[in-house]
Design a binder for this molecule. Structure first.
Ligand code: HEC
Ligand code: HEC
Length: 453
């Protein structure tokens, strides 16, 4: 079993202290004569547990002067020629076999570049009928902020924690290399051989642009590499880093949250309530969207319920083990303590997704938030009778996170989030929707007025 992170251990200590104090929000009784019996105030209890007390919102001044007009980035500025070429490739339906499926089929620009390609199973359909991707397709906006896979060292943590890497299991560190996977995966684009791909690129409508941007390609391997370079440029471009959500406007001091959205944000951060921000990280005091990706790019075994619609799951012993299946020998994560952990997804544009979590079992955002509210107190509402954590093999169930405040609750107890709290969280998550996708919010979050209104 992996050790709970320092964050959760500190939190557990803090929570225990709070319980010991017996009263939230009230001051401890006056100190008695015996110094050893002096009860700390809540603030002192938190301080001794080394829990930084975060300011509750609002922390953002009404109007900022230091607003960043364009999200800052590392590395050289966009190369417009490469970005334009990458965009053409991204939308090119000729590349699949049979033709008709492009990157944009599963990363649909109308849905913030996530999507199901017409499938209702929770995972997208590939280029051939009856062939499905293994996992749900995340949004590919904001790719410039995904760090390379690494183990994050915290001085006080008993063990370094895995972070970063592309895909739900972090198995790729390079977009240039990554794109070969959807292209040649027979369940996704099924593009055949690099030879076939090279023929379509070098004899297709943008052959000249390809040559102008990347030089003459000597062989199919070089063409495939060039495709990767162009797609990487597009995926990391300013265009794919919009930061035009109401939340972004709010941290810039250019929009106000509704009462319900503000309550949702408070619950999101409140360590005795949702504590969502422990993993889905945000930095309200920064206008740099990179600081508010709503993920720390860490991994967690959340124990999403099993998606029984997935064809592979017809076999009872089929399990997606996530991080421990990643095959890397330099920074291995194959230890069984990482089984059933998945990368914490960014929640930007989450409300326009068609399915949620790595296995896409949930189709409505509200059901995801309810999952968090009921997993610990009423597992019978989440999993089939007697099958708690049904998508985690029995031998790995000790990996499941039971320390985070939202899970660290007694079965049968009061849910940490009320119905109104769940609605508020959903409303807040709606504010993470970039301007072009607001019309797709229906059913998942109340349609918020656009930031300019
Ligand atoms: C058939 C559907 C499908 C198609 C087509 C497809 N993808 Fe994906 N994409 C997925 C799925 C599913 C995942 C998640 C896979 C995983 O985590 O194991 C994914 C993940 C990604 C990621 C990682 C995102 C992250 O947050 O780590 C990138 C980048 C990506 N795809 C780019 C592309 C590009 C570029 C193309 C076109 C060459 C493409 N995809 C075509 C389904 C698809
Ligand atoms: C301990 C870390 C952790 C905490 C705390 C946490 N999450 Fe998550 N969240 C994850 C991970 C990991 C996943 C992916 C789970 C999977 O696919 O197996 C996830 C997935 C999600 C998704 C689906 C996103 C998508 O793109 O499919 C939503 C929505 C979400 N979380 C919202 C919340 C909310 C709201 C809270 C607070 C009530 C919260 N999370 C608390 C780690 C966490």
């Amino acid at each position: 079993m992996h050790e709970p992170s320092v964050f959760w251990r500190r939190l557990a200590t803090g929570a225990a202290l709070l319980v010991a104090l017996g009263a939230c929000g009230k001051h401890a009784p006056a100190p008695s004569a015996q110094p050893s019996e002096v009860k700390p105030t809540i603030a002192e209890a938190f301080a001794s547990a080394k829990i930084p007390i975060l300011p509750r919102s609002p922390v953002v001044p009404a109007r900022r002067t230091n607003v960043l007009p364009v999200p800052p980035r590392e590395g050289p500025p966009d190369n417009p020629v490469l970005v334009a070429l990458g965009k053409k490739i991204f939308f090119d339906e000729r590349l699949s076999e049979p033709p008709g499926t492009s990157c944009s089929s599963c990363h649909d620009p109308a849905r913030a570049f996530s999507g199901a390609h017409g499938s209702s199973l929770g995972v997208p359909l590939g280029s051939r009928a009856g062939h499905f991707a293994r996992r749900s397709a995340p949004s590919v906006l904001y790719m410039r902020y995904v760090p390379k896979f690494h183990f994050f060292e915290d001085d006080e943590a008993p063990q370094a924690q895995p972070r970063g890497g592309y895909f739900w299991d972090g198995r790729s560190d390079s977009l240039v290399e990554l794109v070969k996977q959807p292209l040649f995966n027979p369940e996704e684009m099924n593009a055949g051989t690099p030879q076939l791909l090279a023929t379509k690129i070098t004899q297709g409508p943008y052959a000249k642009a390809f040559k102008a941007a990347l030089g003459p390609a000597s062989d199919p391997t070089a063409v495939t590499h060039g495709v990767g370079v162009a797609l990487e440029a597009y995926l990391k471009s300013d265009e794919m880093t919009p930061a035009s959500s109401k939340y972004d406007a709010y941290v810039r001091g250019q929009a106000t949250l509704t009462e319900q959205e503000r309550h949702g944000l408070e619950l999101f951060k409140d360590r005795r309530k949702g504590a969502c921000s422990g993993c889905h990280r945000l930095q309200e005091t920064s206008t740099n969207p990179g600081e508010s990706m709503f993920t720390d790019f860490g991994y967690d075994a959340v124990a999403w319920p099993r998606n029984r619609d997935l064809p592979a799951n017809q076999s009872a012993d089929n399990f997606d083990l996530g991080l421990c299946e990643r095959k890397d020998t330099v920074l291995p994560s194959s230890d069984k303590q990482w089984c059933s952990s998945f990368r914490t997804p960014s929640l930007r544009n989450v409300a326009v997704r068609e399915s949620f979590g790595h296995n896409g079992v949930y189709k409505k955002l509200r059901d995801v938030v309810s999952f968090y509210a009921f997993r610990a107190v009423a597992p019978g509402r989440i999993y089939p009778e007697g099958q708690k954590f049904d998508d985690v093999p029995a031998k790995y169930q000790s990996n499941v996170n039971v320390y985070a405040p939202i899970y660290n609750q007694r079965e049968g107890g009061t849910p940490p989030l009320s119905d109104a709290d769940i609605d508020a969280l959903v409303a807040f998550l709606g504010t993470l929707t970039d301007a072009p996708y607001l019309s797709k919010l229906a059913g998942n979050a109340p349609i918020a007025p656009s930031p300019s209104e």
